[in-house]
Ligand binder design. Structure first.
Ligand code: SDX
Length: 431
């Protein structure tokens, strides 16, 4: 924990309270209010945690004003261009870029854990074929704790490490199985000779009736999407994983909680919602109608893929994603994709509109990812499962950091109670 070099003075009913201030290596100072209730008998109030730091962390830093995203200090645009997903996983988990030997060992350990316990295949049979793949992922990931008992004891560093590798290794297998199940096609087993992204594409798109060759440009784009979604400070789903883990629950159950939170359209579900919105707009001449709706206070419609709690400038991931969208669509010869045309014109008109400039609403990571994923052949229902697959390393890195903290306490927020005060039970005949 950083040393406090200054303090904030709070005066309540004439009594002064000195609250320590800590200065981070980057970002705003924080005021330590841990002793406030004990000293002053008051709570702070911050629904949505817009001004609250829930933990100290060394993993990811976002500068919302500059539109900067750093993983262990390395900017996301450099990682997206020069690194690859499993190397970024290593960086997030262990804090430094790996040597060639460390990376080879890490990738081999992940490769050796990509298969799912055969008995788990029966779990999928319990779902309707038209189940949303996220509903399947929440259930199956939670059920991992029923099959891998030898890596559920969070007090054992070795078991924590095994659970970490298992989750990163098995998420592509589970996500592809969820997709195949909804198609009514047989599951495709992972192949050890393929890289992480190629393995996932093959498990999603290969069929027993013919060989499947992974297009290297598509697997590179897939790997870049994984990298761009890997971690993002204390977002809603990561905070869910941290809070669930603070009770000592096993990592599989905690990641299942994170998947459930990510599913919401305000969070990871936005990539699916964004593509559905672009399709509903349908053509560039209808864009003004939707921009007007987004600005109308009486209409709860929002431009999906726009806005962010932290970024009040361009989401740096959206910039990289936009480049990938152009590459993939050029490769596939669908650069005149009508949805992409609507997306680019919507972005141009929105960014030129004073309302969005004033509210600092820029395209976020979800704005372009859906366009790439659709071009690669994924249905919109698979967009958020792919986000969940990518973010597993972020959830697990933040979990490892928290679980290893000797000061770990169970998360237990308080409240501003506005309900009835004490009153006696009323018998039925008197109601
Ligand atoms: C992700 O936290 C993370 O890091 C998340 C994420 C990650 O990697 O984990 O980055 C991934 O979830 C990206 C965000 C994906 N969600 C969407 O694209 C859904 C659309 N966006 C909005 O729902 C919204 O922008 C949020 C939820 C993303 C952020 O909401 P905030 O910070 O709580 O902001 P707000 O709702 O208080 O809005 C501030 C103002 C409001 O107007 P006023 O009430 O002040 O007049 O901006 C307006 C909002 O009405 N506004 C929008 C808008 N987003 C906010 N108006 C139109 N369209 C939008 N998209």
């Amino acid at each position: 924990m950083a040393e406090s070099t200054k303090s904030a003075k709070l005066t309540i009913d004439g009594t002064d309270y000195d609250l320590p201030i800590y200065s981070p290596t980057a970002g705003p100072d924080v005021i330590d209010i841990r002793k406030l209730y004990g000293q002053a008998g008051v709570f702070t109030y911050d629904p949505g945690f817009t001004s609250t730091a829930s933990c100290d962390s060394t993993i990811t830093y976002i500068d919302g004003g500059k539109g900067e995203l750093l993983h262990r200090g390395f900017p996301i645009d450099q990682l997206a261009e020069k690194s690859h997903y499993l190397e970024v996983c290593y960086l997030l988990l262990y804090g430094e870029l790996p040597t060639a030997e460390q990376l080879e060992d890490f990738e081999n350990r992940v490769t050796m854990h990509t298969m799912l316990h055969e008995q788990m295949h029966f779990l999928f049979r319990g779902y309707r074929r038209d189940a949303h793949p996220m509903a399947i992922m929440v259930g199956v990931v939670g059920a991992l704790s029923a099959f891998y008992h030898d890596s559920t004891d969070v007090t054992d560093p070795w078991q924590r490490e095994v659970a970490t590798i298992r989750l990163i290794a098995k998420m592509p297998t589970i996500a592809s199985m969820a997709y195949k199940y909804t198609l009514g096609q047989p599951f495709v087993y992972p192949r050890n000779e393929l890289d992480y992204a190629s393995n996932f594409l093959r498990m999603c798109f290969a069929v027993p009736a013919e060989d499947y060759e992974v297009n290297p440009i598509l697997s590179r784009a897939m790997d870049r999407i994984f990298t761009l979604h890997a971690d993002h400070e204390q977002n809603a789903s990561t905070s869910t994983v941290r809070l669930a883990s603070s009770s000592g629950a096993n990592p599989f159950a905690c990641v299942a909680a994170g998947i459930a939170c990510l599913w919401g359209p305000a969070h990871g579900g936005a990539n699916q919602a964004c593509l559905e919105m672009l399709r509903e707009i349908g053509s560039v001449d209808r864009i003004p109608e939707f921009i007007a709706r987004a600005k109308d206070k009486n209409d709860d419609f929002r431009l999906m893929g726009f806005g962010h709690r932290v970024y009040k400038n361009f989401d740096p991931r959206a910039k990289v994603m936009k480049e990938s969208a152009d590459e993939v669509l050029d490769l596939l010869g669908i650069e005149d994709n009508p949805v992409l045309q609507v997306a680019k014109e919507l972005e141009r008109q929105a960014l030129a509109d004073p309302y969005f400039a004033e509210k600092k609403l820029f395209p976020n990571v979800d704005f372009y990812s859906g366009i790439i994923l659709e071009a690669m052949g994924f249905p919109t229902s698979m967009f958020t499962p792919i986000f969940a697959l990518s973010r597993t390393v972020g959830w697990i890195s933040q979990w490892k950091e928290m679980i290893a903290d000797p000061q770990l306490k169970i998360g237990r927020p308080r409240q501003l109670y506005q309900g009835e005060t004490l009153r006696d039970y009323v018998e039925m005949e008197k109601r």
